[in-house]
Design a protein around this ligand. Sequence first.
Ligand code: NAG
Ligand code: NAG
Ligand code: NAG
Ligand code: NAG
Length: 700
Amino acid sequence: MEVLFFLLILAAEIKGLQVEGPSSPLVVQLGGAVVLPCSAQNPLPQEGLRVEWSSDSGSVVNVFQQNEIRPELQSLAFRGRANFFPDQISRGNFSILLSNITGEDAGVYRCQVYTDQDSSETTVEIKDVERLVVTGAHHAIITFVGEEVILNCSIDSHIPVHQLEEVTWTKHPDILVLLFQENETLSESSHERYQGRAEFFTSEIPGGNFSLRLKDVRLEDKGEFICKVHAADLSAQTTVIIQQIGPSSLQKFILVLCFISFALALGLGVPVFIFLQKEATTRRVLVMYILAAFCPNICMFIAFVLWSTEGLLSEVLICAAVSFARCLILMKTAPYLNTLPERLVKEVKSLGFPLYCSIIITAVFSAELTHYKGSSFILTERILMLTGLILFSIGAVISAKFALRISSFLFLVQCNGVLLAFFLHADSTNIQDIVTTTPSVFVGMILLLTLQRHFFQQKPFKRLHIGLTSAVVAVACMMVIGVFIFIGIYSGNVTQMWRLPFMAVIFIILWITLVCLVRRQHNNNNNRFCAKWRGLGYMCCAVLLSISVLANGILYLHFIREYMRSKDYSGYLALTVLLHILPPASLFDHPRNIQKIPHITLYMFGASGLSIVTSLTLGSELILKAGTAERTLPEMYIIILPFECLFVLGWLALQIYSSWMRMRGRIKRNFEDEEEAEAQAGEGSEEMEVRASLTKTPES
Ligand SMILES: *[C@@H]1O[C@H](CO)[C@@H](O)[C@H](O)[C@H]1NC(C)=O
Ligand SMILES: *[C@@H]1O[C@H](CO)[C@@H](O)[C@H](O)[C@H]1NC(C)=O
Ligand SMILES: *[C@@H]1O[C@H](CO)[C@@H](O)[C@H](O)[C@H]1NC(C)=O
Ligand SMILES: *[C@@H]1O[C@H](CO)[C@@H](O)[C@H](O)[C@H]1NC(C)=O
């Protein structure tokens, strides 16, 4: 045996020809290039030299023969990508460069070398073709809102799936949709936009199918999704494009509703306008009036409610409430109001604005509550404010029902106060400014209203009135002192807040003095002011009152602007303006003789114009959003509310004008005759006469 072995070695040495391959199998990268080594120890004579490379499947890789390379003999699979090093052949180096490696190149290669006398061969093994190929979708995806899409991403790699470092799905630009790391899907690390909406097909992952299931598609999902894979030192990615997201059937339905509302507002608006000018009040025309006032707004209300699946909840709440409650003030401002059933008319006249205001305030408050979800805002504080708000709103409506318009006004102003406190919650640095200014203005309003009513108008001294107003003053004082105690306890900074208890004491003293004065004046019948002085005093009160209402609104705007710098407060500004026009609007007596043209114009603006604005806003927002996948308006009520404000302001102006005309008549007739007429009119209508010509501007 040993002898045989020895002989073999000897034979080899005598022959002198021996080619050598690599010492170990090769590992190559897909698409890369590799040298397949094969060389003799000594240079070989070129004459009669033949080198033949072949694969284990028998394909010819390349051939050197008769002093030249013979590419024409190559098999198709290797043509053009398996080359000798021509300058190395003369040195006995027959290595080959194999480039553009494919998955099929793995295998054993044979290098056979022949000379005239001799031959030798060696083998080269390509053990592994490393590869990481990621394929995505064949085409861009078109889908609909609310649907589910599958974004393809499959991985072909020599690396087993559980050894992949990570697979990430991102939405351009750089929003993490879903992450797979070290054999685990980490769905918690997804961007909040994709929380719970994106997942892998877990059972498909071992097969390298990392397709993403995206549920409940939204408009903002439009765009590029990138599936990126990292493994060892390799990485690869593919892009899937969601090209178009069509409107869902719900969105189409909302659009149809907007269109219906628009068409109704326009289509019914024109005949209503014509009939109103003719003062037609037949039954059929009346039905048309009502339809024209209600249908467009109800349509928009439904549209907004349906839209809650997509819009911000706060926005939806406010817009829906405005659309719904608008019906109320349309009835109140309708020129045909007096032709409706008498009981209804009475309710609408007294409750229209307070109810409208309460509905909107409630909606705004609920919207605010949804904003502060999960913040550190103390729960008891929230509940306290909510209770206060509900009580004040109910108080406003009930007082209006019993024709106590002053109390109704005061309650509504209080509601606004609570809302402001809620807007600016938690920021205790500003609380001192607010607490020292707003209650003063508020108590000032109370004093002026009382003075006007009991002193200059000499309305009967009613316990109910004085009692209610005293209660409001007491609540205001209690709130001031409550804040003092609260801040004193929490910050220990009592000395800085000394103004607060001082203020409360002044309020009480002023109020008691006023009540005594009024009482005395009332009992002392002989000592009445002459009519001229009363008219003057009355006017002064009216002017001061309107200034304080304005001041109150400006203060609120100031606080909101000042302390909401971090936020986008334009929505709040629109809201604040509306909420401050409403209380004065509800303070007024229902005007009696308004000129026809301005009245009809204003009403048509409310009935048709506002519905058109609302439907156009929602409709165009939907369409624009479908185009750009982005919101164009931060909040839709930024557009809707200013128009609403215009309408209410117009009505307020009409009320002021009508009230002013009556005032002038009264001063001429020295008040006295009027009072007799009032006395005859009876108890019920007495309160309706409260002359609260409020927002009369100083120029008038
Ligand atoms: C043969 O030539 C190739 C290409 O120049 C070179 O990489 C390889 O090292 C050479 N082999 C030997 C044994 O010299
Ligand atoms: C995703 O892959 C499946 C299966 O290969 C195929 O039927 C489907 O058309 C692919 N989708 C896209 C958008 O390319
Ligand atoms: C990878 O995860 C799958 C599914 O969770 C599991 O079946 C498999 O055993 C894991 N592989 C390794 C190597 O951990
Ligand atoms: C991945 O798996 C899902 C679920 O079975 C299938 O719908 C999808 O077509 C697969 N993707 C590919 C590229 O095979």
